[in-house]
Ligand binder design. Structure first.
Ligand SMILES: *[C@@H]1O[C@H](CO)[C@@H](O)[C@H](O)[C@H]1NC(C)=O
Ligand SMILES: *[C@@H]1O[C@H](CO)[C@@H](O)[C@H](O)[C@H]1NC(C)=O
Length: 389
């Protein structure tokens, strides 16, 4: 916890020094619209910062169980304490205030509010914790921007029906979202239903990196899973869960609470490695398997044609009723988390090793073309340890 905090401060200092050195070309607040119409923020996720994993009558999450299982995390570390935000949130809010930000995106730990999902009670200690954060933020003039789901689900849902693999989760997600609207919606005006579900479906069910650690060859060597089908089943249940939450908000809360609801997706971008038709088509495919995988159904009511063409019946279908629901819910805003752009090489007509990050798009992403990097190199070590996936 302390180390993460010091690393964050160190980064901040570094950034400030960088600005001082480059004063002439530095970006400043004045170049952006006024704070009344433009939010500048910081962002976190519950499991990565809170700690206090058994405090406040919290239930066990999929991450608690996964990181405690011998062999899943190389160095044996876990989020039991993390950045100790559970105890130090006031200090953290002071830090944000000192930065001059006017918004803060954070996620709500499902297991603090509903330790056993919809199979148990609403936990007053969990509600009190987020009430304290929301009230302190508003007191400092910082808009709470709340992510309802950022990868952590009650372990009980994993045990009962296999978590995101089951359509049952749509009910649980709707129930959780509704409790959030009911408890916090009088003060929270910005809701993100899910953070990067398009990345999570791959990390958890294609590559086996995130809980529940499912995968199959050639993507990885896991005890359970099927990398060819599970990511798409999970994605389908996530899309319908999202629609469920939006529909509940639209029908019962938005009019009286006057807030906005959207989703945040991981938005990789691609440039063709070579100026050839095959690489250009590979780019179309890889893009489809990223953002449109989720946003096409949510906005247009069905998956992209490029995905259907490759996956056929492996890609689930939406019923007419579900399409209608998707069509009726729409979005108030779209959140894009962008890390980097890659050169992309076709792997259908050329022989190459497919990149798991590109899923079934049958392509390989590369950081360089003829030895020249696509952009400035970021610090990989920091990216791996401190990034906010
Ligand atoms: C994954 O599921 C597909 C479709 O049911 C099946 O053909 C394939 O053999 C499965 N792969 C593994 C590794 O179980
Ligand atoms: C790609 O190739 C086309 C046709 O050969 C050419 O007109 C175009 O300028 C090329 N683009 C780049 C970026 O090299």
């Amino acid at each position: 916890g302390r180390m993460a905090r010091e690393a964050a401060l160190w980064l901040l200092l570094l950034f400030s020094a960088h600005l001082l050195l480059r004063r002439a070309s530095a970006i400043d607040r004045g170049q952006f619209p006024p704070p009344t119409s433009f939010l500048f923020g910081t962002s976190t996720s519950a499991y990565q910062i809170e700690g206090g994993y058994l405090e406040g009558k919290k239930g066990l999450s999929n991450w608690d169980v996964y990181t405690h299982k011998q062999g899943t995390i190389e160095d044996g570390s876990n989020g039991d304490i993390a950045a100790d935000h559970y105890h130090r949130y006031m200090e953290d809010i002071e830090l944000m205030h000192s930065l001059g930000v006017n918004s803060y995106r954070f996620s709500i730990a499902w297991t603090r509010i509903l330790p056993r999902g919809r199979f148990g009670h609403v936990n007053p200690d969990g509600v009190a914790f987020y009430n304290a954060i929301i009230n302190a933020l508003l007191h400092k003039g910082i808009q709470p921007f709340v992510t309802i789901f950022h990868y952590d689900i009650p372990h009980e849902l994993e045990e009962r029906y296999g978590g995101w693999l089951s359509p049952e989760i749509q009910k649980d997600f709707g129930y959780f979202a509704e409790v959030c609207f009911k408890m916090f919606g009088d003060r929270v005006k910005f809701w993100v239903t899910m953070n990067q579900p398009n990345l999570l479906a791959k990390f958890a069910y294609m590559n086996g990196w995130f809980p529940p650690g499912h995968c199959s060859k050639p993507y990885g060597n896991c005890a359970f899973g099927n990398s060819s089908i599970e990511p798409y089943i999970v994605g389908h249940n996530m899309i319908l869960s999202h629609a469920n939450a939006v529909s509940i908000y639209r029908n019962n809360y938005q009019e009286t609470q006057g807030g906005y609801i959207g989703i945040a997706v991981a938005a990789r971008w691609y440039e063709p490695l070579r100026n050839t038709t095959v690489d250009q088509l590979a780019v179309e495919r890889a893009i489809s398997f990223n953002v449109p995988w989720f946003l096409d159904p949510i906005i247009l009511g069905d998956y992209p044609a490029e995905m259907r063409k490759i996956l056929g019946p492996t890609l689930p279908e939406f019923t007419l009723k579900q399409k209608k629901k998707l069509h009726a819910t729409k979005l108030d805003f779209i959140g894009l988390n962008h890390y980097s752009t890659w050169y992309l090489k076709d792997c259908i007509f050329s022989s190459c090793e497919m990149d798991p990050m590109d899923g079934d798009a049958r392509a390989l992403s590369l950081a360089e073309r003829d030895g020249v990097p696509i952009g400035k190199q970021v610090n990989i070590r920091l990216l791996n340890t401190n990034s906010c996936y």
